[in-house]
Design a protein around this ligand. Structure first.
Ligand code: SF4
Length: 315
């Protein structure tokens, strides 16, 4: 059949930033979430990710409004349940680009079991954990990463316990393959970290120190005001850093992301704020390599396979 002009379909598409921008973000002015949104939209544009093949998955919390602001597919899930949803999507849709946004409360409290097993399953996705050290959406409650003594609506006299260290937890999970840390107030390092996570084949866990000017304005002030208190980890297999980043973060050291012992030591440091890649293991097994088997089977083949399995239980 001869094609007419109105039937013409372009062979290639070129995406611009607007192709990834949905509703106007309703986070507070100055909230670090805006910077992460900008970085992800830029990455999508730079990688020319087809919006219909890109999925944003979230749990509950301020950062979990992320899918509403991306003109891609999205799933705004239940509290702490972003990762099982993302793993379910990844199980049978190996061609999709999957990003997860979760918070310190969402991931490190109610979602802890899912967090641990998702890292062990190491399915291919980027997990961005926005850590503002507080439950912001529910109006200033102590979270697992709130510093000891920090006052909140649930602990007006100050948090009783020392905070959980998400990086130390991640480094201790068998089969974890990519564990990084960055800050929302340096857009170049933030972007490069998310990009490195996207390029990694496996689950990339990225803890993002995220400013919450509404409730924890003071939380990262010393590191913003005194950038020498940030320790920039560099390595040829780590997060790429250009001169702009090096000029800001003059306190730097080489860290080989294959060196798990040094990674643990760096994660425990509280005299500085380490940013960069703690761990990278490209040999970690990926559970999605198993779950994608048979995705191209016809309905008839699926029915036969199902019947074969059911026959195994015949008495
Ligand atoms: Fe951002 Fe905090 Fe406002 Fe939530 S409460 S949108 S985390 S500044």
């Amino acid at each position: 059949m001869m094609k007419t002009d109105w039937m013409f379909e372009p062979d290639s598409r070129h995406f611009v930033l607007e192709d990834y921008e949905a509703a106007l973000a309703r986070w507070c002015p100055g909230c670090g979430d805006h910077a992460v949104l900008n970085a992800v939209q830029k990455l999508c544009r730079d990688e020319q990710l087809p919006p219909e093949q890109t999925v944003m998955v979230s749990g509950i919390g301020c950062s979990s409004r992320f899918p509403h602001y991306m003109k891609t597919y999205g799933f705004h899930g239940l509290h702490g349940r972003a990762l099982p949803v993302a793993c379910g999507v990844r199980s049978r849709r190996p061609e999709l680009n999957i990003f997860v946004s979760t918070g310190d409360g969402d991931c490190c409290s109610i979602g802890t079991a899912h967090w641990i097993h998702a890292l062990r399953y190491n399915m291919n996705m980027v997990v961005m954990m926005f850590d503002n050290r507080v439950y912001g959406l529910t109006k200033n409650q102590t979270s697992p990463t709130s510093p000891k003594g920090e006052s909140s609506n649930t602990h007006p006299q100050g948090a009783f316990l020392s905070p959980l260290n998400p990086i130390s937890v991640c480094l201790s999970i068998t089969n974890a393959s990519f564990v990084a840390q960055t800050v929302d107030w340096n857009p170049v390092h933030l972007y490069e970290t998310i990009r490195a996570g996207f390029e990694h084949q496996g689950l990339a866990f990225i803890r993002i120190f995220q400013r919450c000017p509404h409730f924890t304005d003071h939380a990262f002030k010393e590191f913003k005001d005194e950038p020498e208190k940030v320790l920039l980890m560099t390595h040829e297999r780590g997060i790429p850093v250009n001169d702009t980043v090096k000029r800001v973060f003059t306190n730097s050291m080489q860290h080989d992301p294959a060196d798990i012992d040094q990674a643990h030591k760096l994660a425990r440091r509280d005299d500085v704020l380490p940013i960069g890649l703690f761990l990278r293991n490209d040999q970690s097994e990926r559970y999605d390599e198993y779950t994608k088997r048979g995705v191209n089977m016809s309905n008839g083949e699926k029915l036969s396979a199902l019947n074969r399995e059911l026959d195994r239980f015949a008495i």
